[in-house]
Design a protein around this ligand. Structure first.
Ligand SMILES: Nc1ncnc2c1ncn2[C@@H]1O[C@H](COP(=O)(O)OP(=O)(O)OP(=O)(O)O)[C@@H](O)[C@H]1O
Length: 253
């Protein structure tokens, strides 16, 4: 059982002129393995900032609060240490890595996380299996990471990483954006397979309840102006879809 504990997290974005612009205004959140949490909120409320701050993006400065994974101070770790500790971020805009094939990338990541290289034959089978389940053509394994991938292919590739790397905590930042109906189902099934293992805690950032019809969250958190302003069960997502965020307007950092 793993636990991600975020306490009173305050984060600013570093502006090019060196100034700090406060974004997160004290976030408290606890995610345990096997749980699925959805974060919903209006544009610009800081959802991606939360995701990137936990992952260790240098653009953000932590100005207060703590993040612990199984009691270890995440904020003291480098980005690669965070990944090795079991944190995973599926990005809203996955980056291209020219010259690095999907197969190489995944095997290198798996080796770094496990501390030893996976046995070739077992690994080849796992990779093939993961691609089949996500309905990806086997030729993807030889393509360079995200280079020329369509939006939907990029998202499938993120979920393939999730399934193969088996993190303790996964943050999925708008994994549903840009997916057609079939891809949304395929990607959701992948996330549900990970969920069903009970070994991974999931934090799903989304704008739309449609993905939450496939992946039923245990908890929904409403994120406005840099903090969580309401929490509830899956019914809260339906309520937001019907009513929007209007009643939270006026909440400011
Ligand atoms: N370099 C920057 N300069 C100024 N403001 C910035 C910069 N980077 C981020 N911000 C601001 O930080 C705020 C939070 O952005 P963030 O991407 O975390 O929001 P979000 O909730 O994920 O939005 P969305 O739902 O639109 O993806 C936004 O108001 C954004 O404009």
């Amino acid at each position: 059982m793993s636990t991600l504990e975020i306490r009173d997290l305050q984060v600013s974005v570093k502006l090019p002129e060196g100034e700090l612009k406060p974004i997160l205004a004290g976030v408290d959140l606890t995610v345990k393995s096997g749980e699925t949490h959805a974060i919903m909120g209006p544009n610009g409320s800081g959802k991606s900032t939360l995701a990137y701050s936990i992952a260790g993006h240098p653009k953000y400065e932590i100005t207060g609060g703590t993040v612990h994974l199984d009691g270890e101070n995440v904020l003291d770790m480098t980005v690669d240490e965070r990944a090795r500790a079991g944190l995973f971020l599926a990005m809203q805009y996955p980056v291209e890595v020219p010259g690095v094939s999907v197969a190489n990338f995944l095997r290198t990541a798996k080796t770094a996380i496990d501390g030893e290289a996976p046995k070739l034959r077992t690994w080849a089978g796992e990779l093939r299996g993961a691609m089949e389940k996500l309905q990806m053509d086997p030729s993807f394994a030889q393509r360079n990471v995200n280079e020329g991938f369509s939006g939907g292919e990029k998202k499938r590739h993120e979920i393939m990483q999730l399934e193969l790397l088996k993190p303790k905590m996964a943050i999925l930042d708008e994994t549903d954006s840009g997916l057609d109906i079939d891809a949304l189902r395929i990607v959701s099934e992948g996330v549900n397979r990970v969920r069903e293992t009970g070994d991974t805690g999931l934090l799903l950032i989304t704008h739309y309840t449609r993905i939450l019809r496939y992946i039923k969250p245990d908890f929904v958190h409403v994120f406005v102006a840099g903090k969580i302003v309401q929490e509830g069960g899956p019914e809260l997502a339906e309520q937001l879809e019907a009513e929007g965020y209007e009643r939270y307007v006026g909440t400011r950092v």
